[in-house]
Design a protein around this ligand. Structure first.
Ligand code: PGA
Length: 252
């Protein structure tokens, strides 16, 4: 049986907690009849997690966070641990998003620690990797992406679920989108590299590859038609119930 596609909403820092809860409520209402055909994950801000959890916890919509601390516990002012995320109902968490890599100087080593701490708590990491515009124009896309992939997955055994998001930085809205012809070879390269890193059965069972960057209702199907792509990470278009609804509908 074909596995369900997974559509992940990344709301970034765009909505107030009550608005996040309201949007979750609208999505739930709109998607009631097709919830079991597509896996939907909503990633509100940290302060919106409890609010959104109240709406989705008894449904098949899953809750995700947008970041996690590297450390398990202790004196780390402002940080939120994987254990805390789990406590408020998050079962997924985005890590390594380019906005954090670029504006907060997150390194592959830091992201690797975050992946490992999430796996300890049984939270599925949504690991973002992707080249910048400069790396692409200087012919270094493959090098950059594979370096990110290998460094951020150090010591990861593949025994637990993991989502790898290929998200070219230059394709994130308002730039982009990337064409499926640009995305397909990189996805294949990522998959072939994963084959060298994990036993085939673990790879097939536990590791999904998805695409992110300017995804909307008009193009999502083209990305999902790329071999090995089983979902999408959606930013701007997930902030509106109708735009998001079109993406879900095209992903069934
Ligand atoms: P976008 O964002 O869909 O607005 O391009 C995707 C992301 O940054 O995760």
């Amino acid at each position: 049986m074909k596995q369900k596609n997974i559509i992940i909403a990344n709301w970034k820092m765009n909505l107030m907690p009550e608005e996040e809860a309201g949007l979750a409520r609208q999505i739930l209402k709109q998607q009631k009849n097709i919830l079991n055909k597509v896996e939907i994950v909503l990633c509100p801000s940290h302060v919106g997690l409890c609010h959104v959890n109240e709406i989705v916890r008894k449904t098949s919509i899953k809750l995700g966070a947008q970041d996690v601390a590297m450390k398990k516990q202790g004196s780390f002012t402002g940080e939120v641990s994987a254990m805390m995320l789990k406590e408020v109902g998050a079962t997924y968490c985005i890590v390594g998003h380019s906005e954090r890599r670029l504006s907060l100087n997150e390194t592959n080593e830091m992201i690797n620690k975050k992946v490992l701490t999430l796996l300890v708590e049984g939270i599925v990491p949504i690991l973002c990797i992707g080249e910048t515009y400069d790396q692409r124009s200087s012919g270094k896309s493959e090098l950059a992406v594979l370096n990110q992939l290998k460094s951020t997955l150090k010591q990861v055994s593949g025994k637990l679920p993991l989502i790898i998001t290929y998200e070219p930085v230059w394709a994130i809205s308002p730039n982009g989108p990337a064409s499926p012809e640009q995305v397909a070879p990189m996805v294949e390269l990522i998959y072939q590299t994963l084959i060298d890193m994990f036993p085939q059965d673990l790879l097939d069972e536990n590791i999904k590859i998805i695409y992110g960057g300017s995804v909307d209702g008009g193009n999502v199907k083209d990305y999902l038609d790329i071999p090995r792509v089983v979902g999408a990470l959606v930013g701007a278009a997930s902030l509106d119930v109708d735009r998001f609804g079109k993406i879900i509908k095209s992903s069934m």
